[in-house]
Design a protein around this ligand. Structure first.
Ligand code: LFR
Length: 502
């Protein structure tokens, strides 16, 4: 498979992966075969903030990620070399600051750290929410890069701010750029023109000088530096290209959504569930802003018009808490127990701000249940069922919102990402939304990453639609019909909606 294998570095907020995608098959009938060559845990670490401060900061262990990436790439080169390229995607918004020589100024802070709370109290006095949305079209989240930068204590020492994939790309190649899909989550990108809004940056009091030159997905970023190439086992004199991809993981995931019609919606289901539509133009209306729907930049100048639903994070963090307390439950058992619980017994607003930081999820769910006069989930089954039902309910609300605000009907919902393995949740999603749910691929972000590299390298050709036909040929898809699960009546979901959002 010489020259047809691409390494996707795909970093999630709970694990990182290096996955090789090899393009096989005749022209017009290509498929991509994925092989995972590296997987490593990713968990933020609490590090004391300053000498005088009792507060600790949730920090990303970038050197550990880098070690996992290098090990995975080494393996990729050994098994599939010569590689036709590398592409990097990760969760959005987080960044490293580098000095004039590109040296990292401390480990990046995790977006789940609460340091922006004081910023949120004043940022809309600097520039109103309506004015910000008119330019950036971005949802308001406490972790938006611009708000994090306002909470930075050392920004004046920084020469550049590099989003995580851009930082790692710079380490690989020496070239510092800002890839556009991820840049769109900073709050500083103009959603319609796809350029930095230096005006907005200045009005927020942020120095535009730290923003790197923008680059679109599907370009050659550079080649792996010679010294590093040797470390990876690349033979002397051979060049290993690094391509820009949809470096926001959700942008890469959306590339791999096998949609073939305009009435399709998608859910990128991992740590977060990103629920939305692919559009040609941003929706910057006041109604859209009020609903906090985001217009993030997609590959090929598309708009990812979507809502952030808190996602499987709530389940993962619940399971982690149980394990830490010595009551570890295998996921399969937890899901089996949930299946025996009365459907929609307790449904909460799964997007509630209290569920964002790490911590005691069952206690927070209990307080949301109490506040809305519902039974408190006590057993493992009840807690897990509450999370799954509440997620499905949030999907239903989000699909309705984006479809109404973009004036597009939705007749099918595609789900990509690791969440497709959660069959109970997929059936609930179909029942709640009331349209068929089609699941696959599970490694959506990695596959989207590979597809964009392969097209940039001239191995694949065509539009996003053409790339999505490659996805269909590469992955088995599964279909869930609405009404096949244990809560099929729309009335039951309407009633649940009233309980979750009284
Ligand atoms: C998903 C994701 C979301 C973004 C969140 C925080 O992994 O990238 O799209 O809102 O993480 O970065």
């Amino acid at each position: 498979a010489q020259g047809r294998s691409f390494a996707a570095v795909d970093l999630g907020a709970t694990s990182g992966r290096v996955i090789v995608g090899t393009v096989v098959g005749e022209p017009g009938a290509e498929r991509v075969e994925l092989t995972e060559v590296g997987r490593f845990p990713n968990e933020p670490v609490l590090v004391p903030a300053t000498r005088g401060d009792e507060r600790a900061v949730l920090t990303w262990d970038v050197p550990a990620l880098w070690r996992g990436i290098l090990a995975g790439l080494r393996d990729a080169v050994a098994r599939f070399g010569p590689l036709a390229g590398i592409g990097i995607d990760s969760w959005a918004v987080d960044y490293g600051m580098v000095d004039g020589e590109g040296r990292l100024l401390g480990n990046p802070t995790c977006y789940r750290d609460m340091r922006t709370d004081p910023v949120l109290a004043r940022v809309f006095d600097l520039v109103s929410a309506a004015d910000q949305y008119a330019v950036n079209g971005l949802q308001v989240q406490p972790f938006t890069t611009a708000f994090q930068l306002l909470a930075e204590t050392r920004l004046e020492q920084a020469d550049r701010v590099l989003l995580l994939p851009d930082l790692l790309g710079a380490w690989l190649t020496g070239v510092e750029r800002a890839e556009i899909t991820n840049a769109s989550t900073t709050g500083l990108l103009d959603a319609a023109y796809r350029t930095w809004s230096t005006d907005l940056a200045e009005r927020l009091g942020l120095p535009a000088r730290v923003l790197p030159e923008l680059v679109a997905p599907g370009e050659l970023l550079g080649h792996v530096r010679p010294g590093l190439a040797a470390v990876l086992g690349v033979p002397d004199g051979e060049l290993l290209p690094v391509w820009t991809v949809g470096s926001h993981d959700t942008a890469s995931a959306v590339v791999a959504v096998p949609m073939d019609r305009s009435d399709a919606a998608y859910i990128s289901c991992g740590t977060w569930s990103l629920v939305g539509l692919e559009l040609d133009e941003p929706v910057l209306t006041e109604a859209s802003r009020a609903a906090n729907v985001t217009n993030e930049a997609g590959v090929d100048a598309t708009i990812r018009y979507l809502k952030n639903v808190m996602g499987l994070w709530v389940l993962t963090e619940t399971m982690r808490g149980w394990a830490a307390a010595g009551r570890e439950v295998p996921l399969a058992d937890a899901l089996a127990q949930a299946a025996t619980v009365e459907p929609l017994r307790t449904v909460v607003d799964i997007d509630h701000a209290s569920l964002l930081p790490p911590g005691d999820m069952p206690a927070r769910l209990a307080s949301l249940a109490r506040a809305t006069g519902q039974p408190v989930p006590e057993t493992v089954g009840e807690v897990v069922r509450c999370i799954l039902d509440s997620l499905a309910l949030a999907y239903r609300r989000a699909v309705r919102e984006v479809s109404a605000l973009a004036d597009r009907s939705v007749a099918v919902v595609h789900v990509v990402g690791g969440g497709v393995h959660n069959e109970a949740l997929m059936q609930l999603a179909a029942d709640a939304i009331g349209v068929p749910v089609v699941t696959g691929p599970a490694e959506g972000a990695a596959l989207g990453n590979v597809l964009v590299q392969a097209r940039a390298a001239g191995v694949l050709h065509g539009t996003l639609g053409d790339l999505r036909r490659v996805v269909e040929r590469s992955t088995p898809l599964r279909r869930y019909e609405p009404g096949a699960g244990d809560v099929s009546t729309p009335d039951a979901w309407d009633d649940a909606e009233r309980r979750a959002h009284p």
